[in-house]
Design a protein. Structure first.
Length: 296
């Protein structure tokens, strides 16, 4: 059995291992398809329960499909963007909307390709990639104005860093529970499925073909060291996060000039988004206030 945190049903994992005994290459291809497959979308009712009142819905054409979201506040105000993670939806960051509005921002939140209310990504309605999420963020920013601050969760952080690498210029960045490298996570995924080295090589190769970039490109620490012009960065991570371990944020905080690190306890990967202290400190950082770094 794979570790419980590997997001693959036990029966599917067993089938992959059966294929692996016959053809590691085929098992690697199947594993790649599983990696890029999204969990079922949260119901509209569940998302609505977390949606702040007000705002104007929008839909943008993008990459042969569409991206949907909601804009809150005055278009004349500086803009704060909210970017959800893999399998997520923008309302997961809904706790940030009211205080950001009170702080004088307009807030723009959206669902990435194949997420929430948005249309499918290039590979179908249950599949996308962080590269597509990065592209959709850039399209939303182009439509709604420059990004004074971008607040992200999980893979949304990796996607935003990729968009930044390609030219997005946020005034400030807040990364909550970001993964800081993709290749180690794929190796963990392969190990959870019981794949050997041959299958892993095919998995990594197919993943690179899908995203169009070497996986090492998405190493946030290396990315930081190879470029200049770093915006102010706040990293928020829970010490008990088992999906994206906090050690990644610690390493990125050391590499990113002037980065601030806020470590929480007992909140895990998602509840951290609703913690009042996290919200308060994020808004203070967005407005230029310093966050007292803890646990660096």
């Amino acid at each position: 059995m794979p570790p419980p945190s590997v997001p693959v049903p036990a029966a599917v994992a067993q089938a992959v291992r059966a294929v692996h005994r016959v053809s590691p290459r085929a098992a690697g291809r199947i594993a790649a398809d599983l990696w890029f497959r999204l969990p079922p979308r949260a119901s509209a009712q569940r998302r609505a329960r977390h949606q702040p009142p007000g705002g104007e819905p929008f839909t943008l054409p993008w990459a042969g499909g569409s991206v949907s979201g909601r804009r809150f506040g005055s278009p004349a105000a500086p803009t704060a963007y909210l970017v959800h993670g893999w399998g997520g939806w923008w309302q997961q960051l809904g706790a940030f909307v009211p205080p950001l509005l009170e702080a004088g921002f307009q807030v723009v939140a959206f669902d990435g390709p194949s997420h929430g209310d948005s249309g499918p990504g290039r590979f179908g309605p249950r599949s996308t990639s962080l590269v597509e999420l990065a592209g959709s963020l850039s399209a939303v920013v182009e439509a709604h104005g420059s990004a004074e601050v971008v607040v992200t969760h999980s893979v949304g952080g990796a996607a935003t860093l990729h968009a930044h690498e390609l030219g997005l210029q946020p005034g400030r960045l807040v990364l909550v529970a970001p993964p800081v490298a993709m290749a180690p996570i794929l190796r963990w995924f392969a190990g959870g499925l019981g794949l050997g080295e041959d299958a892993l090589r095919h998995l990594l190769s197919r993943a690179e073909d899908r995203v169009g970039w070497p996986l090492d490109h998405f190493d946030a620490v290396a990315m930081t060291r190879r470029r200049s012009g770093h915006p102010p960065l706040l990293l928020v991570h829970d010490r008990d996060d088992v999906e994206t371990p906090a050690r990644g944020s610690r390493a990125l905080a050391e590499a990113w000039p002037g980065a601030e690190l806020l470590l929480t306890e007992g909140l895990g990967h998602r509840r951290v988004l609703w913690d009042p202290e996290v919200v308060e400190r994020t808004v203070a950082f967005a407005t230029g206030g310093r966050v007292s770094p803890r646990g660096r």
